[in-house]
Write a protein that binds this ligand. Structure first.
Ligand SMILES: NC(=O)c1ccc[n+]([C@@H]2O[C@H](COP(=O)([O-])OP(=O)(O)OC[C@H]3O[C@@H](n4cnc5c(N)ncnc54)[C@H](O)[C@@H]3O)[C@@H](O)[C@H]2O)c1
Length: 444
């Protein structure tokens, strides 16, 4: 059923009754949870993706985003009950749908200029199937102004936006591994249409799946700004934590202790310092703003980008206490994921740390519980899950597993006992008692 401009109750009821068909473009970490939630609330859903393996697996009822809790069951149930299917035919998905949601990656090129080519190409596909009464939603995070820009591509359908079909930006306010919870119950959905009718249509749609409600904003550009600002807020605050941690090192105080106590006051919310900021969201979104070109936001990026180098400086310092050079030393890097529990290496600071260590001539070994040996070796580094003859261990990801390590046993195997903890995983006092040289970010 076509829903653009329909009454709120009609949209809500037809969603729940399965009278609306929604196509979601992009079945990744964000797209698949959304697809499963739409289907579980009654809609008929077509997941459209260019990856035939992903499509085939989902059509068997198998979840392809393993780190998302609860998604196995949702995908299985909704495929089995006939509400969810996947396809690589992007045009047909548009032809067969009433609502088309775009949730493909939005990236940066090599000069850090926003690259929305994938969104644009999906819009070309949607335009071929666009009909009167359809409703298009951009959920991918995008530079403010993108929704207005894609309107012109979608109008290649020959149908004028606003008059014949609606368009809104409704950003994903979540992160990998917690999408189901966030989409359904953590915080309200933000929706901004290209006209009031589009905003109202989006408000009705998302009110079905989000129990925290929906916040309609003035227009699509405001909704785009909300999402980009949320990411920038984190980037700038992590940079502040990193800078303060470096100052704490000079002052010879424990940053984590100072931050925790400072944060008992309600106006202070100092974040955790670490080896840097990764993933394809937080380090990317600052570049989605064309202005300011200089200033705090850019400076924060610089500070966060410096942290992998700082981590390697700690390795050099640690090895020096054994009169060792980094060249030809055996260094074990624990973790390549940018965040604990998430299998994602895009913009991961670990990759920069590894590159810098290799540049110094170190023998770099990598272990990450979420990656198999083949996947690690594909990155041009050696896989190791033992610590024999290591000269230094660098903890670069905050995977839970690393917290349970027996450092007494590990120490017996290492050649020189240096640990550089970039994620506050180990207890410095305990390690020092065991005879380690401990250097960390956040603790002295
Ligand atoms: N991952 C996060 O934590 C997160 C959080 C909030 C917002 N977002 C935003 O969500 C969007 C998607 O991110 P993600 O993490 O789901 O990405 P992802 O890389 O996990 O998945 C993207 C999917 O899109 C598919 N795809 C690529 N080109 C396509 C095309 N032309 N047509 C159809 N499918 C195509 C890929 O095959 C893949 O399955 C991005 O804009 C991102 O900024 C991500």
């Amino acid at each position: 059923m076509k829903i653009y401009g329909q009454k709120r109750e009609i949209i809500i009821n037809s969603f729940k009754n399965g009278d609306i068909t929604v196509a979601v473009y992009g079945l990744g970490k964000m797209g698949l949870p959304l697809v499963a939630i739409f289907a579980d609330n009654g809609a008929k859903v077509i997941g459209a993706d260019i990856n035939p393996d992903v499509v085939e697996t989902i059509n068997k009822g198998i979840n392809t985003v393993k780190e998302e809790p609860g998604l196995d069951e949702l995908v299985y149930k909704n495929v089995k009950e006939g509400r969810l299917k996947a396809t690589t035919n992007l045009v047909e998905a548009s032809q067969d749908s009433d609502v088309m949601v775009i949730l493909v990656p939005t990236l940066l090129d090599e000069n850090n200029i926003p690259d929305i080519k994938i969104v644009e190409s999906v819009c070309e596909n949607i335009a071929e199937g666009l009909e009167e009464g359809d409703f298009v939603i951009l959920e991918s995070t995008a530079p403010p102004g993108t929704t207005d820009h894609i309107k012109t591509i979608l109008e290649k359908s020959g149908l004028k936006a606003e008059k014949y079909w609606g368009l809104a930006h409704c950003p994903e306010r979540t992160s990998s591994g917690r999408a189901i919870r966030d989409i359904t119950q953590s915080y309200p959905k933000v929706v901004g249409g290209i006209n009031p009718k589009s905003t109202e249509t989006a408000e009705a749609l998302y009110s079905v799946i989000n129990e925290k409600g929906v916040i309609p904003v003035s227009d699509a550009k405001t909704a785009e700004a909300v999402k980009v600002f949320e990411g920038i807020y984190r980037d700038v605050n992590i940079a502040l934590a990193n800078e303060l941690a470096l100052i704490c090192e000079e002052l010879e105080i424990n940053a984590i202790e100072a931050f925790k106590v400072a944060n008992t006051q309600p106006y202070s919310n100092i974040h955790l310092p670490g080896v840097g900021v990764g993933g394809h969201c937080i380090p990317v979104y600052p570049y989605f703003l064309k202005t300011p070109r200089k200033g705090l936001i850019r400076l924060a990026r610089k500070i966060n980008d410096f942290m992998p180098q700082y981590t390697v400086n700690l390795v050099v310092k640690g090895l020096k206490t054994f009169e060792k050079k980094i060249e030809n030393s055996n260094i074990m890097v624990l973790g390549i994921s940018f965040r604990g529990g998430v299998k994602e290496i895009r913009w991961s600071p670990s990759l920069t740390i590894i590159k810098l260590l290799k540049g110094f001539g170190a023998n770099v070994f990598v272990y990450d519980p979420l990656f198999n040996p083949g996947e690690i070796e594909e990155l041009g580094v050696r896989y190791a899950d033992q610590f024999d003859d290591m000269d230094c261990v660098v903890i670069a990801s905050d995977h839970k597993e690393f917290r349970g390590y027996d450092w007494k046993e590990i120490g017996k195997k290492m050649r020189t006992k240096v640990v550089v903890d970039g994620r506050q995983i180990v207890d410095p006092d305990q390690l020092r008692k065991l005879g380690y040289i401990y250097l960390g970010i956040g603790y002295i």
